[in-house]
Design a protein around this ligand. Structure first.
Ligand SMILES: [Zn+2]
Length: 299
């Protein structure tokens, strides 16, 4: 049971609580977007968890009323709180601050308070730093710049608010120049529509010194961008490059099949079937089959 309690007359308190919950879910959604999604992928902020909390919130009233009147008023309060959640997520402009320069509700002009929601700071996110070549926390904002971040309120085609945010993120380890993310917002939906440094995928340590491993990174990016066939092609190229280097083979006329056979011959006879060498040939065959069939459903 939710322990939150509101006095029934304390409408302002209940509404402030509601706005606070929206700030939290928006912040969490931005972190999810930047940490787990890729260019042109999106997250949609859900008001569902807040609505559920509102539903289980206990209201109290000091004023004596009949149980029926009380229930009616409690329900009205819940309805108005849920309407606020829906409005904050879809129709209200978000004014976003950063870790370097937070934006608080008090900074809104009196006239803006109903039409804008201050989200104190875009969340700290853990993403790959190109310079450190490590996944590391990045704070929003950049202390090397005078300005904070940029945002535009777009004219929009429907009722939902459309905004564009340009948010710099600085690695907390090297504190170098930032990576800047461009996020579009249409109501509760937020796609990443741009980034200043092209996304790279960290190559796992066990592949780091393997020849051709940069193709692994390309494969992951292609897959993340929904270009599955391109991803399969990169994976196949990775295997071919690996074989060529191991075999010292410079003959470009050698096909993948030739390379696979030459590689298998190198393996000791008692090499277990399931081990990398033999299964690599099988993986190569599977990738080739999918490519020839242009089967983009492969995972
Ligand atoms: Zn760094």
């Amino acid at each position: 049971m939710n322990t939150l309690q509101f006095e029934l007359h304390d409408q302002i308190g209940a509404h402030n609580w509601t706005h606070l919950q929206v700030r939290r879910v928006v912040s969490a959604a931005i972190a999810d977007l930047l940490e787990n999604k890729h260019l042109y992928q999106s997250v949609t902020v859900s008001g569902e968890p807040i609505d559920q909390r509102i539903e289980t919130t206990r209201f109290r009233s000091e004023v004596a009323r009949t149980p029926r009147a009380m229930e009616h008023m409690f329900n009205e309060m819940k309805t108005s709180m849920k309407a606020l959640v829906a409005a904050d997520l879809s129709f209200v402009e978000w004014r976003l601050g950063t870790y370097i320069r937070p934006f608080r509700q008090q900074l809104l002009q009196a006239g803006e308070r109903m039409s804008a929601l201050a989200i104190e700071q875009a969340p700290t996110v853990t993403v790959l730093c190109d310079r450190c070549d490590q996944i590391w926390p990045h704070n929003s904002g950049y202390d090397g710049w005078q300005s904070n971040m940029r945002e535009w309120l777009l004219p929009g085609s429907g009722q939902e608010v459309e905004q564009l945010f340009l948010i710099p993120y600085q690695c907390q380890k090297c504190r170098g120049s930032p990576v800047v993310f461009m996020i579009m917002r249409r109501g509760a939906k937020m796609p990443i529509v741009g980034r200043s440094i092209f996304e790279r995928v960290k190559i796992p340590d066990y592949l780091r010194n393997v020849p051709g491993s940069e193709h692994y990174s390309h494969a992951a990016i292609a897959f993340n961008s929904n270009h599955v066939l391109a991803g399969l092609f990169y994976l196949r190229t990775f295997i071919e490059q690996y074989w060529r280097t191991i075999l010292g083979c410079e003959d470009l006329r050698m096909t993948g099949e030739d390379l696979a056979n030459a590689y298998k011959e190198r393996l000791p006879d008692d090499w277990p079937t399931g081990r990398v060498g033999k299964s690599l040939g099988r993986v190569y065959d599977e990738l080739s089959e999918k490519l020839h069939a242009a089967d983009a459903s492969a995972e």
